[in-house]
Design a protein around this ligand. Structure first.
Ligand code: HEM
Length: 422
């Protein structure tokens, strides 16, 4: 391999750095660490190139020299696993839109977008509002509570189960298997054979579950997401297996990401009481605040691609098969120093990468924004100000290199705050 033009760096592994970072300092410290090695470099420890400049990120995410199919990279991370144990898992994942390119990707994306059109989301808004009301009212009389178990881990899974109209009696198993798939897909597994057996069982369960659901919704269609997608299936001439993979994709992509992003936003809000009070007084600033928090502490920490051909990105030579990791923390802060990239500014023009960029831009962004905006609106409506409970430490959860959130956020009502009496 000709690596003469390759800028190569090494140091403490990114995942280790994440795990030992201070809870409050993590996002900036991580961004600084990733950026300290340069704008673009080959990271020996991970065997991938790292991108920290937003222009390079855009170039890659818009270029057909790079593929979203990371199957081979994924497999290279599982040296101890007997791959024959995860055949069902692979047959589902291989067909997902997030692993597809070009026309094939466009067709799958079109199929799934139908379920997220404005009419579907508008009809769905009242169901979502009711779920959020129930969750928020469960904590309103509590002086102290743990946010992740009370709210953020429950909301995204309930929203997706409602969107798909999953019968109540099936929800427990449906969510359990979705979580197993998400953990494995997101890199939270140790990739031993027993993990493979477990995830394969979940993939097979979900596949059979959706086969049954598709039969039912074909016979008697409703206004739910699955029925909408089936209308498009006929137009786009996709197979039943391809439709099932996109439905499972929604679960894998839409649960942990949203939980993590809610947690990251909440933690920043309670850590900045001055911002919390400003937004409480001027509700028009709520969305700018949340988008600014997503910029500063994105739930998806790396977006990755695989080179399809030899190419140059800035000064770096990229060879076919090379893997590229784009650091969202770094590129979200890539702006002139005078624009204060590490500070919260509610009047910024937002063009952050928390939901990705280019042809694979997050298909669920509208749904996630509706969910997060409504939740924070209703939390503020309670008229209670929260702070971190100093007696119980909040814990970050860096369960994989690509995702970051919290496993525990302990809150306490801030009774000295003026808004408390409003
Ligand atoms: C705040 C929550 C969310 C965040 C931070 C997030 C982030 C992202 C990011 C960064 C990507 C780009 C991945 C890439 O380019 O490789 C992406 C893609 C995707 N997201 Fe989200 N996401 C969120 C919520 C959701 C939800 C709720 C759903 C669906 C229910 C969803 C479905 C998808 C799908 C299907 C893709 C792949 C799109 C494609 O390949 O064309 N996401 N998301």
């Amino acid at each position: 391999m000709n690596t003469d033009m390759r800028i190569t760096k090494s140091g403490e592994s990114f995942h280790e750095f994440k795990k030992r970072s201070d809870v409050g300092q993590f996002p900036q410290a991580f961004s600084d660490y990733v950026k300290s090695h340069g704008d673009i470099y080959f990271w020996e420890k991970g065997n991938f190139h790292v991108i920290t400049k937003s222009d390079h990120a855009k170039e890659i995410l818009l270029s057909d020299a790079f593929s979203a199919d990371r199957g081979s990279f994924f497999i290279s991370r599982m040296p101890n696993m007997d791959l024959s144990l995860i055949q069902d898992f692979f047959s589902v994942v291989r067909k997902m839109m997030v692993m597809s390119d070009d026309e094939d990707h466009l067709k799958k994306r079109k199929l799934s977008l139908k379920g997220f059109d404005d009419q579907v989301l508008l009809r769905f808004k009242s169901v979502m509002s009711k779920t959020i009301d129930d969750l928020v009212s469960s904590i309103k009389d509590q002086d102290t509570f743990e946010f992740v178990s009370a709210i953020s881990s429950k909301l995204p899974s309930t929203v997706l189960a409602d969107l798909f109209c999953i019968p109540n009696e099936d929800r427990h198993l449906f969510l359990e298997h979705s979580n197993t798939m998400t953990g494995f897909f997101g890199g939270a597994s140790k990739y031993q054979n027993e993990d493979g057996v477990k995830v394969n069982n979940s993939a097979s369960f979900l596949k059979k579950y959706f086969e049954r659901l598709i039969d039912e919704r074909t016979k008697s269609p409703g206004e739910d997401y699955v029925s909408q997608v089936l209308v498009m299936q006929k137009e786009l001439d996709l197979t039943r297996d391809e439709v099932i993979s996109q439905l499972i994709m929604m679960l894998v992509a839409g649960m942990a990401t949203t939980t993590d992003q809610i947690n990251n936003c909440l933690f920043l809000m309670v850590n900045h009481p001055e911002v919390q009070e400003e937004v409480r007084a001027k509700r028009g600033l709520l969305i700018p605040m949340l988008e600014e928090f997503k910029r500063l502490d994105p739930a998806v920490t790396f977006i990755f691609r695989v080179a399809r051909k030899e190419t140059m990105i800035g000064p770096q030579k990229i060879l076919p098969g090379d893997v590229i990791f784009i650091s969202t923390h770094a590129i979200n802060r890539d702006m002139p120093v005078e624009d204060a990239p590490n500070e919260i500014r509610l009047n910024r023009i937002q063009n952050h990468f928390a939901y990705g960029f280019g042809s694979h831009f997050c298909i669920g962004a509208k749904l996630a924004r509706m969910e997060i905006n409504t939740l924070f609106e209703k939390l503020l409506d309670l008229g209670i100000s929260w702070k971190l409970d100093e007696e119980k430490l909040s814990l970050r959860d860096h369960y994989s290199l690509s995702f970051s959130g919290f496993s525990e956020i302990h809150l306490k009502q801030n009774k000295s705050c003026p808004s408390h009496s409003s």
